[in-house]
Write a protein that binds this ligand. Structure first.
Ligand code: NAP
Length: 284
């Protein structure tokens, strides 16, 4: 385990590798039962270079664990109705276990309508209202992958959120909101911060757990943090930079995720775990 000055590094790459090893074994077992490999279908609308890279990365990871992947590329000019029809067809396709709509879609496409075309049983990226409600109510369903990866990392490093003050900076539907709900379900006291929050440094200074999900490089400063806190950096900006000023924060925090190699690898690992779980459910 890496040990930085003060802070222990939460090695998401290593935790993800362990998850992928276990997923690979499970995928092999369910492949025998189904007579085919689990299958993840990724829908990509347009040709945004980062989105193309993300989808290819996920495809490579699928191959490495014995999951088939299908990439469905739609033109940037596709209408909402065309995206919805494509996703509905995948929802009805018995050979597809999980569906991923690469975010973001072009502005003229109604992303929520497209997400809601994903059958809940195939929502392995945890983006539908059904999955959101399942996370909020603690019911069976798929979790958003980045929050799922964060909860796994906390578990791997023995952080029990019960009774701790968790401050989540960001309130997006796939990251900020659900991670707060999952921490609440573990009996943390949760504070959400967003672009209208006042006195952010003071609020962050009272946190035992900080989850940064903003998308602004080096936004959270080391001097804001409480000594001994757990710092989860979910942000990613160009140049492999997270939301937390890492060098400052590592001297104050007890545990910290690096960027890259922290939350990012866990997100893909959770996607593949949930795809395998979807296949296992359809096999039984
Ligand atoms: P998003 O939808 O743009 O949400 C950003 C959030 O940050 C919003 O809630 C916004 O508040 C808040 N915010 C913006 N400026 C702020 C400020 N000055 N003070 C406090 N809060 C502020 O982004 P997202 O999709 O959640 O993604 C956030 C980051 O996580 C990005 O860097 C993204 O690349 C990264 N990410 C990483 C993974 C992964 O696998 N590692 C997965 C998903 C996302 P308002 O709501 O008030 O606008």
């Amino acid at each position: 385990m890496d040990q930085a000055d003060g802070a222990r590094i939460m090695d998401g790459a290593a935790a993800a590798r362990r998850s992928l090893e276990s997923t690979s074994l499970r995928a092999a077992v369910v492949s025998r039962k189904l007579g085919r490999r689990p299958c993840l279908a990724a829908v990509l609308v347009g040709d945004d270079p980062s989105s193309v890279t993300y989808v290819r990365m996920k495809q490579r990871r699928c191959e490495s664990v014995g999951i088939d992947s299908r990439i469905i590329r739609l033109a940037h000019s596709s209408l909402t109705s065309e995206v919805v029809a494509t996703i509905r067809a995948l929802s009805d396709d018995k050979r597809v276990d999980g569906i991923l709509l690469q975010h973001p879609v072009p502005d003229h496409v109604d992303e929520r309508a497209a997400f809601e075309a994903i059958a809940p049983a195939k929502d392995v990226d945890g983006v539908t209202m059904h999955s959101f409600a399942a996370m909020a109510f603690g019911l069976p369903g798929f979790w958003s992958c980045t929050p799922a990866g964060i909860m796994r990392l906390l578990d791997v490093y023995g952080v029990d959120p019960c009774g701790l003050h968790a401050v989540v900076i960001g309130r997006s539907p796939i990251l900020g909101k659900p991670i707060g709900m999952l921490l609440l379900a573990k009996s943390a006291t949760v504070t959400y911060c967003h672009s209208y929050s006042r006195g952010l440094p003071e609020i962050v200074g009272s946190a035992d757990i900080v989850v940064a999900a903003v998308g602004k490089a080096n936004f959270v400063r080391g001097e804001w943090l409480k000594r001994g806190s757990v710092v989860i950096d979910a942000g990613y900006s160009s140049g492999d930079t997270g939301d937390v000023a890492f060098e400052e924060a590592r001297g104050v925090a007890a545990l910290i995720t690096p960027v890259p190699g922290g939350v990012g690898p866990m997100t893909i690992a959770m996607l593949l775990e949930q795809t395998t779980l979807a296949a296992e459910r359809s096999a039984s």
